[in-house]
Design a protein around this ligand. Structure first.
Ligand code: DGU
Ligand code: CA
Ligand code: CA
Length: 318
């Protein structure tokens, strides 16, 4: 009995490490990344595909689950010019093994014509939110309903301490949302999140705040009237924004005043118009910003403060 248990333990310990390997390659295409993988020394069982915007698997997001016989996948949910990192995770009898990290930078997607913002109109059903809606895993799809903050969350003014309408955590996805005329404190993210197809009719104290470290991906968004700032970043983190339209704000992004941690922010394919101060503002000399393939009108200074780097390419003024 004792010997059998010991032997079983040995098998488990070696299955995902010494003998097994998943060899993943990623190749960049126009608006897509193609993945191919193979196994040596282990058997494909429950396969999941993960993606991140950095090579650290913390904060990665599962983009697909595929059958045991699948050995390739095409990811079309990507933007040109952004580098993506991928893993295959295979789980056998509860033991997970991961592939190597494979990365690729797809082309395409740039250019003024592809900046479309959110596809949600403002005429959908309305609902009043009196307690923050918390999205802790998977996807919350609002169906483009309009979510108005109730007075319990705040009044949408510039007063601090208002509550968010949504709080999205641990890489979960919030999709197809209209934040109505009382925007309160918008959306908060913790430990990374994906925000997809969001429309802010009238930003309150701010549109979105990164509250704790992780990678936050924001795409297909449009918003109006952030008196002070649209994005607020309160933790060391990565923020990647693509296909966004921001109308009228103090600045598009503010790293919390006086903080010196590192934030890495990219905006690709954004239309930024009518900023009182500029696009990105920090007090940290370790943070980096990149603005690509964007259209700017009265956008002020692109990078305000001691940014470690401020990269720009493919931007036009109109
Ligand atoms: O007084 O930290 O407006 O997170 C400074 C505060 C302020 C923040 C920020 C936010 O910068 O509360 O929305
Ligand atoms: Ca990561
Ligand atoms: Ca705020």
């Amino acid at each position: 009995m004792i010997r059998k248990l010991f032997f079983g333990g040995l098998l488990l310990a070696t299955a995902g490490t010494a003998f097994g390997a998943i060899n993943l390659t990623a190749s960049a295409g126009n608006g897509q990344v193609s993945l191919n993988w193979s196994y040596s020394g282990s058997t494909a069982t429950t396969q999941e595909i993960y993606r991140d915007l950095d090579s650290n698997p913390n904060g990665r997001v599962r983009i697909a689950s595929v059958s045991a016989s699948t050995r390739s996948y095409v990811d079309t949910g990507v933007s040109g010019g952004t580098t993506y990192y991928y893993w295959i995770k295979n789980t056998v009898n509860g033991v997970a093994e991961n592939s190597n990290t494979a990365s690729a930078t797809p082309s395409g997607g740039g250019g003024g014509g592809s900046i479309t913002g959110s596809s949600c109109g403002t005429g959908g059903a309305q609902t009043t939110v009196n307690a923050t809606i918390r999205v802790t895993s998977g996807t919350y799809d609002g169906g483009c309903q309009r979510f108005n903050a109730g007075s319990a969350l705040g009044d949408g003014s510039q007063s601090e301490g208002q509550q968010p309408v949504f709080r999205v955590e641990n890489g979960a996805t919030l999709r197809n949302i209209v934040i109505g005329n009382n925007g309160a404190d918008g959306i908060h993210t913790y430990n990374g999140a994906v925000l997809d197809n969001i429309y802010w009719m009238n930003v309150g104290e701010d549109a979105m705040t990164i509250k704790s470290s992780g990678t936050t991906t924001v795409r297909n968004i449009e918003g109006y009237d952030a008196d002070d700032k649209f994005f607020q970043v309160n933790a060391a983190s990565t923020l990647n924004v693509s296909n966004c339209i921001i109308h009228r704000a103090g600045k598009a992004l503010r790293q919390n005043g006086g903080t010196t941690f590192r934030v890495d922010v990219t905006f690709d394919r954004c239309d930024i118009n009518s900023m009182n101060e500029g696009v990105f503002r920090t007090d940290s000399s370790s943070s980096t910003a990149r603005l690509t393939n964007s259209r700017l009108r009265n956008a002020g200074t692109i990078c305000i403060g001691p940014w470690a780097s401020c990269a720009q390419s493919g931007n036009t003024n109109y």
